[in-house]
Ligand binder design. Structure first.
Ligand SMILES: Cc1ncc(COP(=O)(O)O)c(C=O)c1O
Length: 424
């Protein structure tokens, strides 16, 4: 298989259990991987410094300075002196790790303080901490849903929400993205079953916002509870950082509020907040909670500090929104399609040009811009893209430099591709 042939395949083509032994991947997978090193070389790049607006990454064995549009450090708290100091102080006092499940020995007073702070922040009765973002969503759904139940899930939702439902043995029933009529139809069709509606706050590949007013009108008419995944919106949206739920004034209408600590909190882990009676049950049935080590105390301390900073300082969110609007407007002026994005997650949509996705990643990196490529099957085949994560910490100079690089690479390449198509 040569590189040209390899580019016609994607991860979606090697999923089947075609071998006798699960330790043996499909026979042509290794061949495809080795013929695709030009593409796979873009993934798992090594950062050599903090996920800040300007950082360094390893490119072919040498240090490379870049403007970074690939990290979810939305409020710039990964290197904030107060979050760093809080983590260092906890490291000195508690050591490196919790060394036990939260149910048995891993919970410290810091974990308790973070749970209380999240209860206060979300206005819910209780909160539960998980040691992973993915694991938190997985555990919440696995812990609450049972065989025969249905999770009615927006069809652009993250894999952790789908996998959690599957792990529970419940049915995943997708409804069309942000479409109240499709949601209504799904709920009408499943009348009589135990159901939970699952949506995100800001969608991770498109940067658009859940249409909560329209969707909640439908869920309330059907009397079905809602779980929201605020991974990309927590701390980054809403007057006090409460995410899309706060943005729409819908806190009292959402039963379960879940979010990760890996984005605006600039750390790792997640929480779910809701009614005490729900979480007291979940605590003992969510396997990723009870059967896994508690968050390391330095992580908990940095998350607590990030929460304090983000609640007291709305200017970080204003700066984030201003930066995102500036960047998107400038991209539009360059003729770039940013889809339905209205937030700090800004897709740069190439269309069906998969070969450009890889070629442009290298070209942008060579000029000093690091931005994440998103290929099929993570997004539809005719909408491959780069995904820019804008942060409050980016300066105008950072964004302008990124825009110049995009103009000199992406804009040029798309123009050429269109000319070639028009001529053929
Ligand atoms: C919408 C959404 N939910 C959950 C997760 C999982 O979070 P984590 O990366 O903290 O495990 C992600 C990760 O990108 C996400 O985008």
């Amino acid at each position: 298989m040569d590189a040209g042939q390899a580019s016609r395949f994607s991860l979606a083509d090697f999923f089947g259990p075609e071998t006798e032994d699960p330790l043996e991947p499909p026979s042509d997978y290794a061949e495809w991987r080795s013929a695709s090193t030009w593409a796979t070389g873009l993934y798992e790049r090594r950062m050599l410094a903090a996920p800040a607006p300007r950082t360094e990454i390893d490119a072919g064995g040498s240090r490379h300075s870049v403007v970074n549009l690939a990290s979810y450090n939305y409020l710039g708290l990964a290197t904030h002196p107060e979050t760093v100091a809080a983590a260092k102080a906890a490291l000195d006092h508690y050591g490196t790790g919790a060394c036990g499940s939260p149910v048995l020995s891993g919970k410290t007073d810091l974990h308790g303080a973070l749970e209380s702070a999240l209860v206060d922040f979300t206005g819910r009765e209780a909160a539960l901490l998980f040691n992973s973002g993915f694991g938190g969503a997985l555990g919440t759904l696995q812990g609450l849903l049972r065989k025969g139940d249905v999770a009615v899930i927006d069809d652009k939702s993250h894999m952790c929400l789908i996998d959690g439902t599957k792990l529970a043995g419940a049915q995943v029933l997708p409804f069309s993205h942000n479409d109240p009529e499709s949601l209504d139809e799904a709920l009408t069709r499943t009348k009589g079953k135990r159901r939970l509606v699952v949506v995100e706050g800001v969608y991770s590949m498109d940067g658009d916002v859940a249409d909560l007013p329209a969707l909640l009108e439908v869920t309330e008419r059907h009397g079905v509870g809602v779980m929201i995944d605020e991974a990309h919106s927590i701390l980054a949206m809403g007057k006090t950082g409460g995410g899309v739920t706060e943005h729409f004034g819908a806190e009292s209408r959402i039963a379960l509020k879940y979010a990760t600590f890996s984005k605006a909190f600039a750390s790792c882990g997640s929480f779910v907040a809701g009614r005490s009676r729900t979480l007291e049950y979940l605590r003992y049935y969510a396997n990723p909670y009870g059967f896994s080590c508690a968050l390391p105390p330095p992580v908990v301390a940095s998350v607590l500090k990030a929460l304090e900073i983000a609640r007291r300082d709305d200017s970080l969110r204003s700066r984030l929104a201003e930066n995102a609007t500036y960047f998107r407007t400038q991209l539009h002026a360059l003729g770039i399609d940013t889809g339905t994005s209205t937030t700090h997650v800004v897709p740069i949509i190439l269309g069906p040009h998969r070969e450009l996705l890889y070629m442009l990643s290298y070209a942008m990196l060579a000029r000093g811009l690091f931005v994440a490529p998103v290929d099929y099957p993570s997004v539809p085949e005719d909408q491959v893209r780069f995904r820019a994560s804008i942060t409050a910490a980016h300066t105008r100079a950072d964004l302008d430099e990124a825009l110049n690089i995009i103009e000199g690479t992406v804009v040029k390449a798309l123009r050429n591709a269109r000319q070639v198509k028009a001529a053929s």
